[in-house]
Design a protein around this ligand. Structure first.
Ligand code: ZN
Length: 203
């Protein structure tokens, strides 16, 4: 199982971190060990002093593929949820400044959170999905897939030109504006429309 992530897929988020808006999707990966298993507590990692949440819609790959054309890409994922791409922002800033890879900031154990799955067939319009993140009952991030720079199908197709995609792989599709810090004791809740997909306490 592989975890793909898309960086800078919402223009407002790219700007808030002072990044340019890319023409092509920015892709990075997390290993399987990054996935927080359900019922496992999430602990604030020791190596960072600036842990950020990034609330993102996540796709679950349901068909093996390679060089998938965009027009067929919708057949390659069957479920969607909302999750968190936890990021050690202090480490990421340091790595970015040196032009180094991001794994130490992004790919550590339990940095990938997912909620419960919703079948794609339950989604009325994939280009108009509202999702959001509450921190301690306050709405901190709000996104709509209409604002994505690269659609789900474009992302799946693009990734499959470089990596084979396999059943069970996950694709984090990018975070909207509003990323921010968490501290121990914070409660995070992810929503798609009005449905709560996960609740997590930072321990
Ligand atoms: Zn992200």
């Amino acid at each position: 199982m592989k975890i793909f992530c898309v960086g800078r897929n919402y223009a407002a988020h790219a700007s808030e971190l002072g990044n340019e808006i890319p023409d092509e999707p920015v892709i990075f990966m997390k290993p399987k060990s990054a996935l927080l298993q359900s019922h496992t507590p999430f602990y604030y990692p020791e190596f960072t002093n600036e842990l950020h949440y990034e609330c993102e819609l996540v796709l679950r790959v349901s068909k093996n593929g390679k060089y998938v054309q965009e027009k067929f890409a919708g057949k390659y994922y069957d479920a969607i949820t909302v999750g968190i791409d936890f990021t050690a922002r202090d480490i990421q800033n340091e790595l970015k400044a040196k032009g180094l890879p991001w794994e130490r900031a992004k790919a550590w154990d339990n940095s990938a959170v997912i909620g419960k799955w919703v079948p794609v067939t339950d989604i009325k319009n994939k280009k108009d999905i509202n999702f959001g993140l509450y921190k301690n009952k306050e709405l901190v991030q709000q996104g709509n897939t209409g604002n994505m720079l690269h659609s789900f199908d474009r992302i799946v197709s693009y990734i499959s030109n470089y990596f084979s995609i396999n059943i069970g792989d996950l694709i984090y599709t990018g975070t909207p504006a509003g990323v921010g810090e968490v501290v121990v004791g914070d409660i995070l809740e992810g929503f798609i429309e009005d449905d709560k997909m996960f609740e997590l306490e930072v321990k």
